[in-house]
Design a protein around this ligand. Structure first.
Ligand code: 6PG
Length: 482
């Protein structure tokens, strides 16, 4: 192998890095590979060395020297300090014009900082969200690169090459400058949390309200996957629910501890939404639902020890199983629409705040394949933004508006029934409240303004004329203009 022959290099050969490196090689590229622990590089070469053109290195300097110019080095190590260490090592060995890509789930504010630091040194830094898990990394992920547009000229074709394709369109495009790529990947994950939670709520209702067994629920999900809900997450849900535990013979779902983990991207989405003032209630409830499920000591103390009040059953409510299943499908679909609408609102707000000029159509397009939230209905989101690029909410788009019209009665019935059955549906319920809030002509916020003015003279606006006003609550209660 000649010097400087690799089109791209991958630092970090854990499963994601190793699969991405193999994906590049499978597309005919020569790939430099490096891992801090040399044994991992050796193991990688022993297992995959003959499957493509790889250039292994034992040091960062050797790795950098093995790359064609402009050098392109993709970092696939743990987000946080490990990433900073590799960036600084690469930067020391690289030259102006070279490109460092961070393919991990980095916090977008870290990416903004890193991009600024690297740009001062004449280097391009690209924070690229990569979605699709281990399988996607190997066979075609969705890729969301940020960073300088100029870097995309030399990097884009390589990334597009290894990305998933839908109707021949790569699931990869330049998202916007500095942290834009990692920001949208973060929101993607937030939507992923909400999507998983609404599927979980639907499962829970079918199981514990309608008394349907997991294998039959798996079949229901397969049917749903043939319609509007067609998506990767629905598809894998059917797989999980039809799995039997080899040891006990029980449905696997029944032997998995019901405490959901989280690595942080959902939480970041909600924190960023709070800072931007965007009510991503579906994503927020999904993150809190994971936290609640994981509060094992508290749950052990409260389970069976809180009064239920009078609970009912579907039979007592006179609801047939088939009708309930269809109502749950509709409630799931409606809540999912809300989560996506909220996620896209957050992306717009983040883009406006940072001047990224993110085109929502790009996201809906590249999320159609490769990523965890890939779903047929993303085509409809592309159409919606084509119809009106500045639509105030996806729920106002004529197609979605009409869809919600067909779902809302079922959605209300499911929320009411679940409440009467005592079954938790945090995202179904909060999404419906969000929807009703958006619809409402008057909100209780007027009262909050009155209270704020009462205890803190925070002032309020009037419905009938411009200006800010204060009532002299502790004096004669006359109103003054502030
Ligand atoms: C993806 C996923 C991935 C994420 C996992 C785990 O797009 O491929 O979002 O990036 O790390 O889904 O996330 P949690 O551990 O937070 O559930």
């Amino acid at each position: 192998m000649t010097e400087s022959s690799a089109q791209i290099g991958v630092v970090g050969l854990a499963v994601m890095g190793s699969n991405i490196a193999r994906n590049f090689a499978n597309h005919g590229h020569t790939v430099a590979v490096y891992n801090r622990t040399a044994a991992k590089t050796d193991a990688f070469m022993a297992e995959f060395g003959t499957t493509g053109s790889f250039v292994p290195s034992a040091s960062i300097d050797e790795f950098v020297a093995s790359l064609e110019r402009p050098r392109r080095a993709l970092i696939m190590v743990q987000a946080g300090p490990a990433t900073d260490t590799v960036i600084s090592q690469l930067a020391d060995a690289m030259e102006p014009g070279d490109i460092i890509i961070d393919g991990g789930n980095a916090l977008y504010t870290d990416t903004i900082r890193r991009e600024a630091e690297m740009s001062e040194r004449g280097l391009h830094f690209v924070g690229a969200g990569i979605s699709g898990g281990e399988e996607g990394a190997l066979n075609g992920p969705a890729i969301m690169p940020g960073g300088p547009a100029e870097s995309y000229k030399s990097l884009g074709p390589l990334l597009e090459d290894i990305s998933a394709k839908v109707d021949g369109t790569p699931c990869c495009t330049h998202i916007g400058p500095d942290g834009a790529g990692h920001f949208v990947k973060m929101v993607h994950n937030g939507i992923e949390y909400a999507d998983m939670q609404v599927i979980g709520e639907a499962y829970h209702l079918l199981r514990y309200a309608a008394g349907i067994e997991p294998t039959e629920i798996a079949q229901i999900f397969r049917t749903w996957n043939d319609g509007d809900l067609d998506s990767y997450l629905i598809e894998i849900t059917a797989e999980v629910l039809s799995q039997t535990d080899a040891e006990t013979g029980k449905p696997l779902i029944d032997v998995i501890v019901d405490a959901a983990g989280q690595k942080g991207t959902g939480r970041w989405t909600v924190k960023a939404a709070l800072d931007l003032g965007i009510p991503t209630t579906g994503i927020g409830e999904a993150v809190f639902a994971r936290a609640l499920s994981g509060a094992r000591a508290q749950r052990a103390a409260t389970t069976g020890n809180l009064p239920t009040g009078e609970l009912t059953t579907l039979d007592a409510l006179g609801v047939s199983k088939d009708d309930f299943v269809e109502d749950v499908r509709r409630a799931l679909y409606a809540s999912k629409l809300v989560a996506y609408a909220q996620g896209f609102d957050e992306i717009k707000a983040g883009s406006d705040e940072h001047g990224w000029d993110v085109d929502p159509r790009d996201l809906a397009t590249i999320w159609r394949g490769g990523c965890i939230i890939r779903a047929k209905f993303l085509n409809r989101i592309v159409d919606a933004y084509n119809t009106d690029p500045s639509v105030q909410s996806l729920l106002l788009d004529p197609y979605f508006n009409n869809e919600v019209g067909t779902l809302v009665d079922s959605w209300r019935r499911v929320v009411v029934a679940s409440t009467q059955l005592g079954l938790p549906i945090p995202v179904f319920a909060s999404s419906l409240s969000y929807y009703d809030s958006l619809r409402s002509e008057r909100l209780p916020a007027a009262l909050i303004q009155g209270q704020r003015d009462f205890f803190g003279a925070h002032t309020y606006e009037r419905t009938d004329r411009a200006g800010h006003f204060h009532t002299l609550w502790s004096a004669d209660r006359s109103e003054v203009e502030a």
